[in-house]
Write a protein that binds this ligand. Structure first.
Ligand code: 1HA
Length: 275
């Protein structure tokens, strides 16, 4: 694939090709653990994808380490800089800004795919959990570590995980902090597809290209609808925002604005009603 850089960053790569924006965590030395800067850069890149007309699908992945037999998607927060109150950025301020990234992934009105090339552990596991689809290579390993290393994610990392694998399995994953193979992940409904390592990108691109043959507005509405069932008022707010967007395309809605500007009473009855 002819990946073209979209924007330069320090801790991630952001490239695009054939309508796909690819965001790669680029800290293989630390199994692609993220710092506040890594997360800030991922937020910047996903915000770019929101507005870019030539990006229809977003892929998250981890940089492979050519010197290592074992690869990583993401091993969660960088434990070297975990301070009191969160992960300490270059400004000395502790934070948990990966939660902001999780929300953006879910509310992006375009599909987001996790291309899991190795370890997806801790906050790195939650990262794939919040993506719309997960395609994993056969060597991928999945698991939470929170209760083993003094942390937990009781938000999407728990409740949304349980929606994927069920409550019993979600509790097992969090209470025992074991590691699961790609095949086990597939069997429990945690991932969509498992492919050989050297076919991971091809398989991911194949699905991304199929999704781009589908109606973008239809995908947007389905994603918002699937989210709304789980996200309470915040989910309904997004789904309703999409409904308003579509309503504005009708003549009936345009009539309201026109009548106001022309200082006359609106005539909404002239438009067809649907049973
Ligand atoms: O829980 C949260 C949050 C909760 C609420 C809100 C926000 C949250 C945000 C984040 C998180 C978390 O992510 S908590 C969980 C943090 N992550 C972990 O507990 C995983 C730590 N890593 C591992 O368990 C293992 O490294 C591994 C299973 C991914 C891979 O094992 P492996 O192949 O044996 O490699 P290993 O030798 O352990 O790692 C290679 C190098 O990468 C090591 O450095 P070296 O000894 O060569 O100097 C290792 O220290 C480093 N490394 C790996 N993971 C991390 C890391 N360095 C810093 N942070 C890491 N997460």
């Amino acid at each position: 694939y002819d990946w073209k850089p979209v924007k330069e960053y320090r801790e991630i790569l952001f490239e695009s090709c054939q309508g796909v924006g690819k965001i790669t965590i680029n800290r293989p030395r630390y199994r692609n653990a993220f710092t506040p800067l890594t997360v800030q850069e991922m937020i910047d890149a996903i915000d770019h994808c929101r507005y870019a007309n030539d990006i229809n699908v977003v892929v998250f992945t981890g940089a492979n380490d050519p010197n290592e037999a074992r690869q990583a998607f993401c091993s969660g927060g960088d434990q070297n800089i975990k301070g009191v109150g969160g992960y300490v950025g270059e400004d000395g301020v502790p934070r948990l800004n990966v939660l902001d990234l999780q929300k953006r992934i879910r509310s992006l009105p375009k599909p987001v795919v996790a291309m899991v090339n190795g370890y997806a552990i801790g906050g790195g596991h939650v990262l794939h959990v919040v993506c719309d689809l997960t395609i994993a290579s056969e060597n991928a390993i999945f698991g939470q570590t929170g209760p083993k290393v003094g942390s937990f994610d009781g938000g999407f990392g728990s409740s949304y995980l349980a929606r994927h694998v069920g409550q019993k399995k979600a509790r097992e994953i969090w209470f025992l902090c074991l590691q699961y193979s790609a095949q086990e992940a597939l069997d429990m409904g945690l991932v969509n597809k498992v492919v050989p390592f050297d076919q991971l990108e091809e398989a991911t691109m194949e699905w991304c290209l199929i999704m781009q043959q589908r109606s973008p507005l239809a995908l947007r509405m389905v994603k918002a609808g699937l989210n709304a069932e789980l996200d309470g008022q915040a989910g309904i707010q997004e789904l309703a925002g999409n409904a308003t967007l579509l309503y504005y395309f009708t003549e009936e809605a345009q009539e309201g604005k026109k009548a106001f500007l022309e200082k006359r009473a609106p005539d909404f009855q002239q438009y067809p009603k649907f049973p």
